[in-house]
Write a protein that binds this ligand. Structure first.
Ligand SMILES: [Zn+2]
Length: 292
């Protein structure tokens, strides 16, 4: 309702935000991954070119191939106007935060369902939470359709210089791109197609903003929440690896193992109370109560 409707707690200081340079099992993996990614790069190289420029061209080709997920903008899925102008921040994001919507694991994988979900989330965030617009930047449906959340998120992503201020994770809304994944992943994994779409989206975000794939986290890394569910959270190392492979870059060593209590803010226990959101989906006529 007002610009103060969205809690915007100050971000931790840059120093406290800095992940500790840990040497983990992924250190060895990074080297292996780099070789693996290189092996996947296009091999069509003019004989007269030296190896180094050829590798650079191949890396660019591989990166651009990973950078074209289809993202349906607000105008396509029928978003309402934001209640006030969204805020475009001066800086680019520093990381990606992965969420689940804690809604039913429906078997409607259609584009219509993805668009209805986007509208339902926006209605819930604006009418129940009182926010100016959808909280997160992007949403991945169980049918692997990617929709824009908050207005301007897609425009700013494609430009690659600024982040839209969001409302998806207390303490991270000015420094992290928030991606919601439709479903509840406490005891089951997301559909393979959805996970692949998430990886492609993350690769695109990393490329556009110059982020390392190691800067992909789960909501629970920052707030007291089960989000994105035990099963999806356990898949984040694989997600980082797949994003690195899509980009053709090695994972960096500065990985935070999640056990340091670092950058953790007291926040709501659940970002999207399933009961309210499911009620909104029911009103939309697309609610399929199938449990988790
Ligand atoms: Zn979350």
């Amino acid at each position: 309702m007002t610009s103060h409707a969205e809690p915007q707690l100050p971000s931790p200081s840059p120093q406290s935000r800095q992940p500790l340079p840990l040497v983990t099992r992924r250190t060895a993996l990074a080297g292996a991954l780099g070789l693996g990614a290189a092996a996947l790069l296009p091999s069509a190289t003019p004989a007269r070119a030296s190896a180094a420029p050829a590798r650079a061209r191949a890396a660019r080709a591989g990166a651009s191939a990973a950078a074209t997920p289809e993202i349906f903008g607000c105008g396509t899925w029928g978003a309402r106007a934001a209640s006030e102008s969204v805020v475009v921040l001066a800086a680019p994001p520093q990381r990606i935060v992965v969420h689940h919507t804690a809604t039913a694991n429906v078997t409607d994988y259609s584009k219509d369902r993805a668009f209805a979900l986007a509208r339902a989330i926006q209605n819930y965030h604006m009418d129940i939470q009182g926010w100016i617009d959808t909280g997160q930047h992007f949403t991945v449906s169980r049918g692997a359709y990617v929709t824009e959340g908050r207005h301007r998120s897609l425009t700013e992503l494609n430009a690659g210089r600024h982040q839209v201020r969001a409302a998806h994770c207390v303490g991270q809304n000015t420094v992290a791109i928030g991606i919601e994944n439709e479903g509840t992943y406490t005891s089951v994994e997301p559909p393979a197609k959805q996970f692949a779409a998430l990886a492609a989206l993350c690769a695109h975000v990393c490329q556009k903003y110059g982020l390392s794939p190691s800067e992909i986290y789960g909501h629970r890394d920052f707030n007291d929440t089960s989000c994105p569910g035990d099963r999806l959270y356990a898949m984040l190392p694989r997600l980082r690896q797949e994003v690195a492979a899509l980009l053709g870059v090695p994972l960096l060593d500065q990985l935070w193992d999640g056990d340091e209590g670092w950058d953790r803010w007291p926040g709501p226990s659940e970002f999207l109370p399933a009961r309210e959101l499911n009620r909104e989906l029911e009103r939309s006529g697309l609610w399929l109560p199938r449990g988790n």
